[in-house]
Design a protein around this ligand. Structure first.
Ligand SMILES: O=P(O)(O)OC[C@@H](O)[C@H]1O[C@@H](OP(=O)(O)O)[C@@H](O)[C@@H](O)[C@@H]1O
Ligand SMILES: [Mg+2]
Ligand SMILES: [Zn+2]
Length: 178
């Protein structure tokens, strides 16, 4: 079966900001994150992304800018010899009642369906409680990293069985070496 890993974006792949990541220039990879994705890819993993982007609904940036951020991510991973999989985002605001905004699991379902992989036990790596709850809702494996909002999230009540790693590089090392 396909080895699929799903990542949250802000705070896991790139630095996050309470002021949102509003431009390609503000989109700055966290140390080791690009290399981790490339190493996973070269080790046979498919790495996909599920990201809330309410900044679109709030008018902070447009879809062209969001796509440019993801093109940059894709290019950086390719420069390290890896390949990035499907990137799915929720452009909606918290009050729109969509099915894709985490902690709803809609984006995880979309990605798992795209790759025809079961959700059960599928690792989803995030820095926010909503990421972990989305995973738990569909019996995927919640994985918390301490980057971004992760250390703050660690102080909250986490879904049972949540795995905790320092950062994405540590997650990659665990998956590649097991
Ligand atoms: O971590 P992911 O899902 O990749 O993206 C999170 C971002 O969409 C933004 O989500 C916002 O939450 P609200 O959407 O305003 O509740 C805030 O937490 C921002 O700091 C953050 O940059
Ligand atoms: Mg995040
Ligand atoms: Zn949505």
């Amino acid at each position: 079966m396909l080895k699929l890993l799903i990542l949250d974006r802000d705070g896991v792949i790139n630095y996050d900001s309470d002021a949102y990541i509003k431009s390609v220039e503000e989109w700055i990879p966290l140390p080791g994150s690009i290399e981790a994705i490339a190493q996973l890819s070269k080790a046979g993993w498919t790495v996909a992304v599920a990201t809330n982007q309410s900044g679109i609904a709030r008018g902070y940036y447009d879809l062209a800018t969001l796509d440019a951020m993801h093109a940059r991510l894709r290019t950086l991973v390719a420069e390290q010899g890896g390949e990035l999989g499907l990137v799915v985002y929720c452009p909606h605001g918290p009050d729109e009642g969509c099915d894709c905004r985490k902690p709803k699991p809609g984006m995880l379902k979309t990605i798992a369906k795209h790759y025809n992989v079961p959700l059960t036990g599928l690792w989803f790596v995030g820095d926010s409680l909503g990421d972990l709850e989305a995973a738990k809702t569909v019996d995927s494996q919640p994985v918390l990293v301490k980057t971004g909002k992760g250390e703050k999230t660690q102080g909250k009540t986490l879904p049972a069985g949540t795995l905790i790693f320092d950062d994405l590089a540590a997650v990659a090392a665990e998956l590649i070496n097991t």
